[in-house]
Design a protein around this ligand. Sequence first.
Ligand SMILES: [Fe+2]
Length: 305
Amino acid sequence: MLSVGDRGTVTASAHTPGAPLRLVQISDTHLSRWDGPLRRNFTKLANYVNEVLRPDLIVHTGDVILSNPDADADYRAAVELLGQLSAPVRYLPGNHDVGEAYDDTWWGTTSERLARFRKYFGETPWLEWFGGVGLIGLDSQLLGNGLPEEHEQWRRLEDLAETVGTKSVMFFQHTSFWTGAMGSDGRPGCLAERDRERLLDIFGQARLLGTGNGDVHRYRKVWHDTAFELWGPSTAFLVHREEAAKLPAGLEQLGVVLYEFEHENVAATFQTTPGLEEVEVGAFPESRRVREEIRAAIRDFEAAV
Ligand SMILES: [Fe+2]
């Protein structure tokens, strides 16, 4: 068995010689206190991950909770459901967990929302050694908002880059690294060029193997020179078919991603299990309930400003 050491390092000391290390990326679980297809889909996929994929590590690339970043009850429900996973899990926040770097809206990333996420799912950014590869988890929802937490993240990323040196790295974050995926709100849906260039510059000595993100609710793998950009699917629901038609080509399915690390090579495959309920955004009872909750929160926010 592999183990996660005191400093969060996955070691292969007792691993079958020659067998690849296995990492599963789950994303956009959108869990809540309300029963429905999203919770049922997660449980089916969690069983599949535990019993069939049997990873050494799981990375959750955000949108852990359904939709309202202020819903403590959803956070508590998500912690309980995610406890079904047998392997250790590293978390990153998505827009539905902590908001986005927008100005003066209810939907903005705030220190309070970041603190809530960190209380339940741990600090970011993080470094996890996986064999000889440094996995870097970063909070894409902080980039460009100017909060003290953003400056702290840049400082800590510089420290992590020094630790990694010239070794191989892979980045995980909620939003797409290179490819824009215009959302229904007309925003670009990938890292801003200045943030991407800054990150690549900070880790300029390292060898970037690839990046993994969630957010788009579809599986897609493309190459940028020698690094791959992999979009992980949602375990919960598909985007609306009219929005999906505007997105870059990808696999419109619920599932997870299995990465097999062998030395410096990474093989990634889409994985899923029978019996999932293939629902689109808005077409399940939980979304109607959370919409009411969000409408009320926006009314309170607007009355306060
Ligand atoms: Fe999502």
